[in-house]
Design a protein around this ligand. Structure first.
Ligand code: PLP
Length: 354
């Protein structure tokens, strides 16, 4: 079946008389002894429903399995924790700041070595894979929206004996299935498009490698970065409409991109051609700050992937890469009427135009 159908039907309770159509929220710290779960840190039926649905979307019929985590960064750290002492992680110079900070943290504690690369330079990424244990890709990447040649890089990384992980938060499984492109692991901030309503923080890892799945499950059991059942239930409810939301948000993004390219206040528009995150570059930080303070509909907030349109000047964060322009504003295009979005945005752009 196709993704929009699977998003609606995966992870449902068995169809039996009087069974609920939706997985209920199971609030449980512990379970009656003798079963397969035993304790609330080891498993939860609401997690299982969410995990089944996301695994289905990322991995189709080919036996993918998913683990839900307390946040996207909890999922990231569970994966980075697999890297052995002094091993090398190849990672993009531009990526989600929390991921880059975790790598810097590992390095500063002498745990692992980060080799940062320009992910769009495939030859350089492949050259960096030699002697690496893990190749980290984020595509499209935060916040400059670079795209990596996942399939080519994954093949080369495997040749060099490295595992490949793709942060698929921006594209979502609706637009890109990295496991089919050769990735060993997919990581998500479910906080963003999967949950889709800016009302919870959650993460997930998907893999077809049973051994990796078990190791990561063991780390989650032991370190305890587990999501709440209510958050998980909301995330699953959000996932049901992911294809529909993405379709609308992406169509809005395409329309806005063509209009933004023609606006005199916008020096550059970065858009990979799919998805609903767009970055624009304005003259400088002050101009960008005036834009984000000057709208009524667009809300100035960090994060992305909600039904509501939001935007942010990324360099307001000290941790953002210094190679990102001071005037870059990342737009997360929502599902509102595109004419209302443009009216609000273009009026604010007109006010900061030279
Ligand atoms: C938000 C985000 C994360 C981190 O997720 P949290 O749920 O905030 O911990 C990781 N990767 C990307 C690409 C993100 O956008």
């Amino acid at each position: 079946m196709r993704p929009s159908t699977r998003a609606v039907h995966a992870g449902r309770p068995a169809r039996e008389p009087d069974a609920p159509l939706n997985a209920p929220i199971t609030m449980a710290a512990t379970y009656v002894a003798g079963g397969s779960v035993e304790y609330g840190r080891y498993g939860n039926p609401t997690w299982s429903a969410f995990e089944e649905a996301l695994a289905d979307l990322e991995g189709g019929d080919a036996g993918a399995r998913c683990l839900a985590f307390a946040s996207g960064l909890a999922a990231v750290s569970a994966i980075l924790d697999l890297v052995g002492q002094d091993q090398v992680v190849v990672a993009p110079r531009h990526a989600y700041t929390g991921t880059v900070m975790q790598l810097a943290d590992l390095e500063s504690r002498g745990r692992a070595k980060a080799r940062l690369v320009d992910m769009t330079d495939t030859a350089a990424v492949i050259a960096a894979c030699e002697d690496a244990a893990l190749v980290w890709l984020e595509s499209p990447a935060n916040p400059a929206l670079e795209v990596a040649e996942i399939e080519v890089i994954a093949a080369a990384a495997h040749e060099a004996g490295a595992r490949v992980v793709v942060d698929n938060t921006f594209a979502t499984p609706v637009l890109q299935q990295p496991l089919d492109l050769g990735a060993d692991l997919v990581v998500h901030a479910a906080t963003k498009y999967i949950a889709g309503h800016s009302d919870l923080v959650m993460g997930a890892v998907v893999t077809r490698d049973d051994e990796l799945h078990e190791v990561l499950k063991g780390r989650r059991d032991l370190l305890g970065a587990i999501p709440g059942p209510f958050e998980t239930w909301l995330a699953l409810r959000g996932l049901r409409t992911l294809p529909l939301r993405m379709e609308r948000a992406a169509a809005n993004a395409v329309e806005l991109v063509s209009r933004l390219r023609a606006h005199s206040a916008v020096l550059d528009v970065r858009y990979p051609g799919f998805g609903a995150v767009v970055s624009i570059v304005l003259a400088d930080a002050a101009t960008a700050d005036r834009l984000t303070a000057g709208t009524r509909l667009w809300v100035h907030a960090t994060s992305l992937g909600g039904v509501e349109s939001m935007f942010e000047r990324r360099r307001r964060w000290a941790a953002e890469a210094s190679t990102i322009p001071e005037g870059l504003v990342r737009l997360s295009v929502g599902i509102e009427d595109v004419e209302d979005l443009w009216d609000d945005l273009s009026a604010a752009l007109d006010r900061v135009a030279p």
